[in-house]
Write a protein that binds this ligand. Sequence first.
Ligand code: NAP
Length: 297
Amino acid sequence: MKVGCIGLGIMGGPMALNLLKAGHEVHVWARRPEATEAFKDAGAQVDTSPAKLARQVDVVLTNVSDTRDVEQVLVGNNGVIEGAQPGLVVVDHSTISPTATRKLATALADRDVDMLDAPVSGGQQGAKEGSLTIMVGGKVDVLERVRPVLEVVGKCITHVGDHGAGQITKACNQLIVAQTMTAVSEAIRLAEAAGVDPKAMREALLGGLGYSRVLEVHGQRMINRSYPPGFKTRLHAKDMGIVLQTAADLGLPLPGTAQAAQWINAAVGQGYGEDDSAVIAEVLRRLTPPPKEAGDH
Ligand code: NAP
């Protein structure tokens, strides 16, 4: 198929490269032209606007940051909607507001363009391996039309409902991940403070009920105190905003989520916005520094 990729960062970049490797004709657009060079070298065609890209492809995949960014590239000036031919499918892999997603799907449908919200889980590693989990909202027959493209990007593709249902499912994922992340950082801090090697603690728990992929992957980052993204803390903060706004719209209390969101806010406030969000462990460490040795000031 002819596939257009908009957003060539941590997630969108590896997806575009995998689509090229799988033999699809790939078009790319980026707001910073220099960001397209590696993709041009790998065989992608570079377009000069989302509208021009849309004119030439069967499917557009978007992997940009936030709700307003998706709005900008889809329905903004020179956006996809301006170049879209009837029958084009837009697959939005970004994590954004479910409410805005439904509005975008309606605006595109008015031009005979189908949209799927298809946020992903699995991080940078999953994007590189083409093994992402994809939660899809929209029409089943549209999903079937683009399945060959999505199967390059992910391994576990689940249709969860109509427009917006994919984003709601992703919100559920993000609230679980954030709360698990705070639990893992607390466990590591407790072990350290009590004089137990956190590496040994993590190793022991990986075989038990406390196992999670967060303990495995993010726990390791917290122990190494090394936080290259991964998933940027500022994007995790954005996701917690989506979860809490959705809950507020429904009049729903999510106290655990609200608390986890504050750790992430604190990390952004302490200047960790571009680091992986496992960095919340450092925020906790700052609250409970190791006891001073005699003679320390
Ligand atoms: P990223 O590395 O920051 O990449 C975002 C890309 O989108 C960049 O290429 C950026 O361009 C582009 N972009 C942002 N706003 C734009 C706009 N208004 N117009 C044109 N291009 C724009 O972020 P990422 O980690 O790939 O995340 C992308 C999306 O996937 C987010 O919604 C995120 O929440 C979600 N997600 C991420 C992960 C993860 O582990 N990283 C996992 C699941 C879902 P510039 O380079 O010019 O800024």
